[in-house]
Design a binder for this molecule. Structure first.
Ligand code: GDP
Length: 526
């Protein structure tokens, strides 16, 4: 039997290409949940300016990006945890890691733009883990693509089967609202950007007399015709296919106008999976197990430079987490207890006494945690599912102030542990090579090294564009490979060897020359 505390939880992320409406949708969910009273309470996670000081300023104002990292609220008897992901593509890896801590996602698509570059990337990450996905097609108040065309585009570009569970009535200036196919219910709202007002009309079937007052006969006929076609083409929802990540339910709406949000939220809490267990290197851990276990998927620096403390975000995987109880840090082989673990409700954080699977707890950390670290009640477990991916830009870190060498060492160590970028140590000379997806990450590192650690760093561009983790069953062959290719070998955060290459061609050549060496695209290959 599933524990009621587990069954009542839904932990998910809202993801989208920047500007599709992720923040607006998050905000509307919080409004429906009564967690906030007015729009504008959720700070926009915008770093579209690829300018570092703007970026840091935004982070500071958010204050908080800590508080908005997780937003919990109660709705209809459920405890809902929304995990925030950065919108900027340079922080894609942060998003990947956050997705390891959710049980499902809502993917927002802009009806004018359709499937965009980030949409495809994010979908491929969900695919890797078979994460169930619900798609919300937003901005139906704008003259966008036709609903059927959008479904075709999504189905083919994202390579997933779809099943619409709501349907738009009109579009653009004729957009009236959405009909809930799932609940066979129609709510028509007044557009309202600031708050949620009661629906102006609620009907339970399409033959309701009331409908004629709000919809023109043509609109009603159009809706009925569409729904027949939708049913014929897409059929009923196969929930098990959704849970397996093979089929995505689709909702239409306009987040800013509150159209289609309630339909989405009400169906979401019904069909989205409750917290599932996770796979550890040693075994599968079920959420229902009695003993507590959890893993750190994100570390956030305290943005006040006077306090070096960090906050480690831990997802509870099984059992019950309790404040002031000793837990086992499996990598460091030591016991730790937490006197001020944090819970995140909407925009507020408070001390939490206990937490259940699916919950995210913020742990004050003075340097004990790395991303991926596991806590248990004593069992030696290491959760899987947070691989490092190949960076795309590699630069050597140069120390510009020899008197601050120690600060630089400590700073780069801590920043890379936080996951801001990846660090590879190369020989000879213990050279530090930083790998990232985008330029903004390097700027953030240089800025933070200077402002938080007092160190001065510069970066020298290297020609590498990808990394492969290397292993071999043959120790002698491996040693020979590492020696011969020394100029291309770096050690990652765990000391594992990584082969750095300029391009795919070079990797293929090397693979051909060294058939006994195995090349892996991510750090997790066991
Ligand atoms: P994010 O980058 O995905 O978080 O997107 P935001 O939520 O910040 O939205 C981006 C822009 O689209 C903002 O200017 C919103 O006001 C606007 N927007 C969001 N939802 C809608 C909608 O339903 N209709 C229209 N027309 N604009 C919207």
């Amino acid at each position: 039997m599933i524990h009621p505390e587990i069954e009542k939880r839904k932990t998910f992320a809202i993801i989208s290409h920047p500007d599709a409406g992720k923040t607006t949708l998050t905000e509307k969910f919080l409004l429906f949940g009564g967690a906030i009273n007015t729009a504008g309470a959720v700070k926009r996670n915008k770093a579209n300016q690829s300018n570092t000081s703007d970026f840091m300023e935004i982070e500071k104002q958010r204050g908080i990006s800590v508080a908005t990292s997780v937003m919990g609220f109660e709705y209809s008897g459920k405890r809902i945890n929304i995990l925030d992901t950065p919108g900027h593509k340079d922080f894609a890896e942060d998003t990947y890691r956050t997705l390891s801590a959710v049980d499902s996602v809502i993917l927002v698509v802009d009806c004018v733009k359709g499937v965009e570059e980030q949409t495809e990337k994010l979908m491929s990450v969900c695919r890797m883990r078979n994460t169930p996905v619900i798609i919300f097609i937003n901005k139906m108040d704008r003259e966008g693509k036709d609903a059927f065309d959008l479904l075709d585009e999504i189905e083919s570009k994202l390579n997933i089967s779809l099943c619409p569970l709501s349907w738009p009535i009109g579009q653009g200036h004729t957009f009236k609202g959405v009909y809930s196919i799932y609940n066979k219910h129609l709510n028509l709202f007044e557009p309202d950007k600031a708050k949620i007002s009661a629906p102006v009309i609620e009907v339970n079937d399409l033959n309701d007399e009331n409908l004629n007052k709000f919809l023109k006969p043509k609109e009603l006929d159009g809706l009925k015709g569409d729904l027949e076609l939708v049913h014929g083409v897409y059929g009923d929802l196969d929930k098990s296919m959704y849970i397996e990540g093979l089929l995505a339910p689709v909702f239409f709406g306009s987040a800013i106008n509150n159209f289609g949000i309630k339909e989405l939220l009400d169906t979401f809490i019904n069909i989205a999976p409750s917290p599932k267990g996770r796979e550890a290197e040693q075994r599968e851990v079920a959420a229902e197990e009695k003993n507590f276990s959890g893993f750190v998927f994100k570390i956030h620096a305290n943005l006040d430079p006077k306090h070096r403390d960090r906050i480690a975000f831990m997802r509870v995987c099984s059992g019950k987490f309790e404040r002031n109880k000793f837990y086992y840090h499996t990598r460091q082989d030591k016991k730790l207890k937490f006197s001020n673990p944090m819970d995140f409700m909407a925009n507020e954080k408070s001390i939490v006494e206990e937490a259940w699977p699916g919950d995210v707890v913020g742990l004050y950390d003075s340097g004990n945690f790395k991303i991926g670290d596991t806590l248990t009640e004593g069992e030696k477990l290491q959760f899987k599912g947070i691989p490092s991916f190949s960076p795309e830009i590699f630069k050597e870190l140069e120390n510009r102030d020899p008197l601050k060498t120690k600060q630089l060492e400590k700073g780069i160590q801590q920043l890379t542990e936080e996951g801001v970028a990846q660090l590879f140590i190369m020989q000879p000379g213990n050279r530090k090579v930083v790998g990232a997806v985008g330029e903004l990450q390097f700027e953030v590192i240089a800025f933070r090294l200077e402002h938080e650690y007092g160190a001065k760093a510069a970066f020298r561009m290297l020609s590498y564009t990808r990394s492969n983790w290397v292993t071999s069953k043959d120790k002698t062959k491996m040693a020979e490979f590492l020696k011969r290719k020394q100029a291309h070998i770096g050690a990652d955060k765990d000391g594992n060897p990584v082969y750095l290459a300029d391009n795919e061609f070079m990797i293929n050549m090397t693979m051909r020359d060294y058939p006994d060496i195995e090349f892996h695209k991510t750090s997790e290959f066991k």
